[in-house]
Write a new protein. Structure first.
Length: 579
């Protein structure tokens, strides 16, 4: 039996203090291929990458076993599986049917409160090809239309063109950022807009003069969205005087601000930005609520040529800061930076995570890759090639790009060498917590719910983003992904890795309400300290077994204690979980 001691809470009569524990998380399957759908008799067949909100809702697209009705969007929230929408369902305005979704791209985003936004292709509409796509919002009130191809929007100075596959971002305030084409007087323009409460605001459009008057915007790349409703994006610029044809910008509805631009001199004066390409311009910028963007850049005209022509940078609209540069020594001096992950991640407190390959290390190829976290002016190594895997079966052989949350936790994939199962257990997902401890999220060969994870698809989880509703990692340290599995069904599954935690406690009269989260199909016991001395803390169960069997994923619940049971002015709570 596995036991984990979950989050602890210290109560000082009328006050409380939340203390994080180092609890072992639970990996739970949310959906197996072959499971029955929540509506009808068909079953899930295959999946696209899932997303998770801070309150633990997981959304994903699935292909189903039915002919014709073979795609749908689903949400797992508070133990229940909800069908958001399915192919051939009627649109909210009864003008056509849904025919396709784009859950394998960034056209699906999720926010707290059981809300998700998505783009869809339609069929059977009155306008045929002139109104056969749209953007829709799913929430507690059902399905509503956000935008429709052919819809005229005065605030955007035109009507929406094709919305199929539109990349969308949503924040926890319910604001939705989108990238679309608008037609006005038979002329098409790219527009980034923000939708909120039934209203649209234009952030930027193609044809617009750059804020520094050096060229005009020819095209736009998809935006990221922060909690303040600001967007960050890359602009394709023509007509500049110095061949500066790309710029990273920020917009808030009142204007556009350039954060960094090609041909701009690097912060240390050694060279200029020559490329912001992150491997795929479709990936929105790493953006936080402070309006800061973290990015990877190549440089030209440097003193060292190929030895110092790349770096990781941070821009806030007032200037650009160089965080790290190719050719510099790593912290501790064991090697120099050789190349960086083009995808970097930033959180709301301004920490930045990146992966790098190194040269000149003492171990040569055996320790030539690392994961780093930048906090303020300090760079910390958090994982390295050659380090033992959690549990000891093999060592890290390769490190993937990071996803960072607001707690400073980093999710990334690794390849492993020297494992007992060879190619059957040599890929894993890891999480580094804020204390620096490395946790195994999942690995090939691992048994979950009677089946074994056989392999991870290349897009098993969404990499890099900590805002905008398209992340595999939330701010509670929960992770969602999908993988291939053996042992029945269609051979695929969607999973949740969750560490239950105690939420802020309420003291009402002589009662102490202890809200906490748990994972379905586990048995939990609330514990309280019976004595606190210099020699340690003694805990005892104060509840009977608390279970929620037959449910899915993370579930919120509570337990009520009485102040009359307190033998001291201090009482420490935690949750013990067995499986």
């Amino acid at each position: 039996m596995k036991n984990s001691l979950r989050a602890s809470v210290l109560v000082l009569l009328a006050a409380y203090l939340t203390v994080a524990s180092t609890a072992t998380a639970q990996l739970a399957r949310l959906i197996w291929g072959g499971d029955q759908l929540p509506v009808g008799t068909d079953s899930y067949f295959s999946f696209e990458p899932p997303r998770i909100s801070d309150d633990g809702a997981v959304v994903f697209e699935s292909r189903t076993s039915a002919a014709g009705l073979n795609y749908g969007l689903y949400m797992v929230r508070e133990g229940e599986v909800l069908q958001m929408v399915r192919v051939l369902h009627t649109t909210p305005d009864f003008n056509g049917y849904f025919s396709d979704f784009y859950g394998n791209s960034f056209s699906l985003s999720v926010a707290d409160g059981g809300r998700a936004v998505f783009a869809a292709a339609l069929t059977g509409s009155l306008g045929g090809t002139t109104d056969d796509s749209g953007i829709y919002l799913f929430g507690p009130g059902g399905l509503t239309q956000v935008a429709r191809e052919g819809q005229t929007v005065a605030a955007l100075d035109g009507k929406f063109s094709d919305l199929k596959g539109t990349i969308l971002r949503m924040n926890n305030n319910g604001q939705i950022a989108g990238y679309a084409s608008i037609i006005s007087n038979n002329v098409s323009r790219d527009v980034i807009f923000v939708y909120s409460g039934g209203s649209y605001a234009r952030m930027v459009n193609s044809g617009q003069t750059m804020p520094d008057n050096n060229g005009y915007i020819f095209g736009l790349f998809p935006p990221n969205l922060n909690e303040d409703g600001q967007v960050a994006f890359t602009a394709w610029v023509l007509g500049s005087t110095n061949s500066s044809d790309r710029a990273i910008c920020r917009a808030d509805g009142t204007g556009v601000r350039i954060l960094a631009r090609l041909r701009q001199t690097s912060p240390d004066g050694n060279g200029y930005f020559s490329s912001f390409f992150n491997g795929n311009y479709v990936l929105p910028a790493a953006f936080n609520d402070q309006g800061k963007v973290a990015f990877h850049a190549l440089l030209g005209g440097t003193s060292g040529g190929a030895a110092d022509n790349a770096g990781i940078f941070l821009a806030d609209g007032n200037g650009v800061t160089q965080l790290v540069r190719k050719g510099e020594f790593v912290p501790g001096g064991n090697g120099r930076y050789l190349e960086f992950s083009t995808v970097v991640s930033i959180n709301q407190v301004g920490q930045v995570a990146f992966a790098a390959n190194l040269t000149g290390t003492t171990g040569g190829a055996a320790d030539s890759a690392r994961m780093f976290l930048v906090t303020g002016g300090s760079i910390k190594e958090v994982a390295r090639k050659g380090q033992p895997a959690p549990g000891g079966n093999g060592v890290i052989a390769g490190i993937g790009a990071p996803t960072l949350n607001d707690s400073g936790e980093i999710l990334f994939s690794v390849t492993l060498s020297g494992t007992a199962g060879g190619t059957g257990d040599d890929v894993a997902l890891l999480l580094v917590d804020a204390s620096g401890a490395i946790h195994l999220v999942a690995r090939e060969g691992q048994s979950v719910g009677g089946r074994n994870i056989t392999s991870f698809p290349s897009n098993a989880y969404l990499v890099g983003f900590s805002s905008g509703g398209s992340s595999a990692l939330n701010n509670n340290g929960e992770v969602t992904f999908y993988s291939y599995a053996s042992g029945g069904g269609s051979g695929t599954g969607v999973f949740l890795w969750s560490r239950s935690h105690i939420a802020p406690i309420e003291i009402i009269g002589n009662q102490i309400n202890i809200p906490f989260t748990m994972v379905a199909d586990t048995t939990n016991y609330v514990q309280a300290s019976s004595s606190i001395t210099a020699g340690g803390i003694v805990f005892e169960d104060i509840s009977g077994p608390i279970t929620r069997n037959g449910r899915r994923g993370r579930i919120s619940t509570n337990f009520v204690d009485s102040i009359s049971f307190m033998t001291n002015s201090v009482r420490l709570y935690r949750v013990r979980t067995s499986r």
